[in-house]
Design a protein around this ligand. Structure first.
Ligand SMILES: *Cc1c(COP(=O)(O)O)cnc(C)c1O
Length: 333
């Protein structure tokens, strides 16, 4: 299936695919506000908007892709239920989406996933499959459940329906700010920026899309640099939602990120901390490092921005690792 069908599916995705996703998710996923940041605009000298994607019920944009993917299952597949292996925002989104739609969800985790995360998943009514020592084991278990029990795997980023779901962010931005010049968002598996990039570039190739990642463990950034998928070691970061590989058998997001993201940048931890502190201080929101990373990158002058432009930063989520992350940003507040 890999070769020709991959090419075909990538090429088949259009703005229309994303419009269809928007129709499909609209009863469950609400449009989020686009906020003009007066302070950041004044301080930085460009016109800067924040897309408040942390306001979803699951606290992150991942609801968009998860709901769209589940909506595209057949009635029979829905009756069997869904499974995934992410313990982060995607896992929470799948659990919540399944709960809302009244279908079974089973989240596969390794033995080392912290109990806070397990509690959050359980609270949403999802089942937990605790299996193996590492994330890879949990992923394997997930595909085993697909074979044994007929559960549908909802992948975290490398899937056309997930990508189209995330792309609905771009449609909302274009509605609210048709004069947008540049969009900046966190880059991990690339579902977010594949979807946004697809819509922006097909609408107007002059709209620029920038990806930002933490310095260590940025799998997509390293893969783009190498021109092939590479794996990286994970290190502790304030932007923990940006950790994880892109899959050795990546089918969509590597190619789409290559096509649609103009450039990707590595941002040091202190800049991420500064971004979090800034949003807390000036906008009174406490968001994840993965969401504040673009703000930190601007504040530290790490991106090639034309000051005449209208810039949108994707504030992607607010599932903050409470106390430890708050301590890390304290000195910047
Ligand atoms: C998943 C996630 C990202 C990155 O999205 P990808 O599709 O994996 O590139 C950014 N921010 C937050 C809060 C996320 O949960």
């Amino acid at each position: 299936m890999a070769g020709p069908s991959k090419e075909k599916k990538t090429l088949q995705m259009t703005v229309q695919t994303v419009w269809e996703a928007r129709k499909s998710i609209q009863s469950v996923v609400k449009k989020t506000p686009l906020i003009h940041s007066k302070k950041l605009s004044a301080q930085y000298g460009a016109t800067i908007y924040l897309k408040y994607e942390h306001l979803h019920e699951s606290n992150a944009f991942k609801m968009r892709g998860a709901v769209n993917a589940i909506n595209h299952l057949t009635a029979e597949e829905k009756a069997h239920g869904v499974t995934t292996f992410s313990t982060g925002n995607h896992g929470l989104a799948v659990a919540l989406a399944a709960k809302k739609m009244g279908i079974r969800a089973c989240i596969c985790v390794s033995k080392h996933v912290p109990t806070v995360k397990l509690a959050a998943i359980k609270e949403l009514g999802a089942e937990l499959e605790i299996y193996g020592e590492a994330q890879d084991d949990a992923e394997q278990r997930c595909y085993q459940l697909e074979k044994e029990q007929g559960l549908a795997v909802i992948p975290p980023f490398d899937h056309p329906h997930v990508i189209a779901g995330q792309g609905t962010i771009a449609l909302e931005i274009l509605e609210d700010l048709p004069q947008v010049d540049c969009v900046i968002g966190g880059l991990s598996g690339g579902g977010l920026l594949s979807g946004i990039g697809l819509v922006m570039k097909q609408t107007n190739p002059d709209i620029r899309v920038f990806g930002v990642s933490m310095e260590k463990g940025a799998a997509m950034h390293e893969s783009l640099q190498a021109g092939k998928t590479v794996s990286v070691t994970e290190e502790s970061t304030l932007a923990d939602s940006l950790l994880g590989g892109i899959g050795s058998n990546n089918r969509y997001t590597f190619q789409m990120t290559k096509n649609y993201v103009d450039k990707s940048f590595l941002i040091p931890e202190h800049s991420i901390a500064k971004g979090m502190a800034y949003l807390y201080k000036e906008h009174h929101i406490m968001v994840e490092g993965a969401a504040a990373i673009g703000v930190g990158a601007l504040l530290d002058e790490l991106l090639p921005i034309d000051r005449q432009e209208n810039i949108v930063l994707i504030i992607s989520g607010c599932n903050v690792d409470g106390v430890s992350h708050f301590k890390a940003i304290e000195s910047y507040i």
